[in-house]
Design a protein around this ligand. Structure first.
Ligand code: PEP
Ligand code: MN
Length: 366
């Protein structure tokens, strides 16, 4: 997909000034009781780090008859918490009816959850209901690793006149074994950022990790990838939480976690370091040019092989040859210190491209 310049998202610092770096949105997975909401809010406010309080009021649960949120009643608790702390509020909406209630209680921003952003019908209904409101909207990635679906959800909201949008990376459902509850698949948000450089993006390490143990590592990864902020679930008593208990931290735990993050600069560094970085970058540019040149040379030879095979009625795939190439290059690459998973992906892509070119040659009318 090519970079898209046509959507003009409002830059984050024009409408949401972080009280600390990075921008931190925090609060319970679910608003459960008046006491829990207030206690958590006061704890969060006293960290001095939190810019927005989040809470789920309608909970999308996998099975029925589990705790599904307290609805309108919980919105009233949140408004009280806002009055007590001054923290703006963010709430998940999954339907126009939810949005209607959020508007009634003057909720400051809403988010579209991963189980909703997966469904264009639902997103469009919410987008239509947002028309004319100018409410900021956070769009979580869909549960499945489909970048186009995420982009589609963002575009639907944008086309309803909302330009204060934040993409939220909360990880993806995959069938591969993983230590994560939702695999981060960092390449997907990075590609989103490449397509929409002006789109603010934050990471939700809570839903990626699924456990407190991994939170710091994931949050640090996100900061190192220059995310604009974090959304982290917190609860005054995580062990007793009715939803996502194992991934929530106390406000004090949040303070410790965020304090131990190393926030690195993304742009302008000065003096010696800049010169060194630029020298390395020139080397990278040079190496990349060489890689591209040799790849194109390789494809020219593949083309000749394709014509030769066609003329001599040979099959495109010669499995012994491919096996030999694969074994040899995997060994050479690993001897050079390259990661085997990276090598395998690269070799398979190069081979796939060569098969495609030869198939095209076979199909040409000669
Ligand atoms: C949540 O933020 O509590 C939530 C339900 O998240 P997600 O939509 O990412 O699963
Ligand atoms: Mn949750």
């Amino acid at each position: 997909m090519s970079a898209n310049e046509s959507l003009k998202f409002r830059s984050l610092n024009t409408w949401l000034k972080p009280v600390s770096l990075p921008l931190l949105i925090s609060g319970p997975c679910s608003a459960e009781s008046r006491r829990q909401v207030m206690e958590t809010a006061l704890g969060l406010a006293s960290t001095g780090m939190v810019s927005v309080m989040r809470a789920g009021v309608w909970k999308p649960r996998t099975r029925p008859r589990s705790f599904e949120g307290k609805g309108e009643e919980a919105l009233r608790w949140l408004v009280e918490a806002r009055e007590a702390t001054g923290l703006p509020l963010a709430v998940e909406v999954a339907s126009p009816a939810h949005l209607e209630l959020c508007l009634k209680y003057d909720i400051d921003m809403v988010w579209i959850g991963a189980r909703t952003s997966v469904n264009p019908f639902s997103v469009q209904e919410i987008a239509d209901a947002l028309f004319g409101t100018e409410l900021p909207v956070l769009v979580k990635n869909p549960v499945n690793p489909d970048l186009k679906l995420w982009i589609g959800a963002i575009e639907r909201i944008y086309h309803s006149g909302i330009d204060r949008i934040i993409a939220v990376h909360r990880g993806f459902n995959t069938y591969e074994d993983s230590v994560f509850r939702n695999a981060p698949l960092w390449e997907i948000p990075i590609e989103l950022k490449r397509i929409f450089p002006g789109l603010p993006m934050i990471c939700d390490p809570s839903h990626i990790s699924g456990s407190r143990r991994l939170l710091l590592q994931v949050a640090q990864n996100a900061i190192d990838l220059d995310y604009d902020g974090l959304m982290i679930e917190s609860h005054c008593n995580p062990e007793q939480a009715l939803t996502d208990s194992s991934q929530q931290v106390t406000p004090e735990g949040l303070f410790e976690l965020v304090s131990s993050l190393v926030v690195r600069r993304s742009g302008c560094i000065k003096g010696e370091a800049t010169r060194e970085l630029e020298a390395y970058r020139r080397q990278i540019d040079d190496i990349d040019r060489n890689i591209l040149y040799f790849l194109s040379k390789r494809m020219e030879i593949v083309e000749k092989i394709g014509h030769l095979k066609k003329k001599n009625d040979l099959t495109i795939l010669q499995i012994r040859r491919w096996n030999n190439i694969f074994r040899d290059r995997m060994k050479r690459g690993q001897d050079l210190g390259l990661d085997p998973v990276f090598l395998r992906t690269l070799l398979e892509m190069v081979h796939q491209q060569s098969i495609e070119l030869q198939t095209r040659i076979m199909n040409e009318n000669s």
